[in-house]
Unconditional design. Structure first.
Length: 115
């Protein structure tokens, strides 16, 4: 299994920036991609950004140009969030996709953007 620990959430004013970090431990050699999802109150969890082992990325249109995903070594992933908007308010979850198994999830970190 893979365990994920996130950090970096908080309260920020609209237009501000935050950086989320996630560190994986355990069977990290099974990870094929790492990324971030978010879930706002009353909404479904949605993909924000994902980076595969080979470096290819998938970023949702609503955050393109504002958010950047990066990966450091095999087990750390970051989400740099700039020009934050009120609609970015959500719980952000780190995700790891693994070979032949269920995805792993972090506990979530709250991001609140005040307008």
């Amino acid at each position: 299994q893979v365990q994920l620990v996130e950090s970096g959430g908080g309260l920020v004013q609209a237009g501000g920036s935050l950086r989320l970090s996630c560190v994986a431990s355990g069977r990290i050699f099974t990870i094929t991609a790492m990324g971030w999802y978010r879930q706002a109150p009353g909404k479904q969890r949605e993909l924000v950004a994902l980076v595969a082992n080979g470096g290819s990325t998938n970023i949702v249109d609503s955050v393109k140009g504002r958010f950047t995903i990066s990966r450091d070594n095999a087990n750390q992933v970051y989400l740099q969030m700039n020009s934050l908007k009120a609609e970015d308010t959500a719980v952000y979850y780190c995700n790891a996709r693994v070979m032949a198994g269920r995805d792993s999830w972090g506990q979530g970190t709250q991001v609140t953007v005040s307008s």
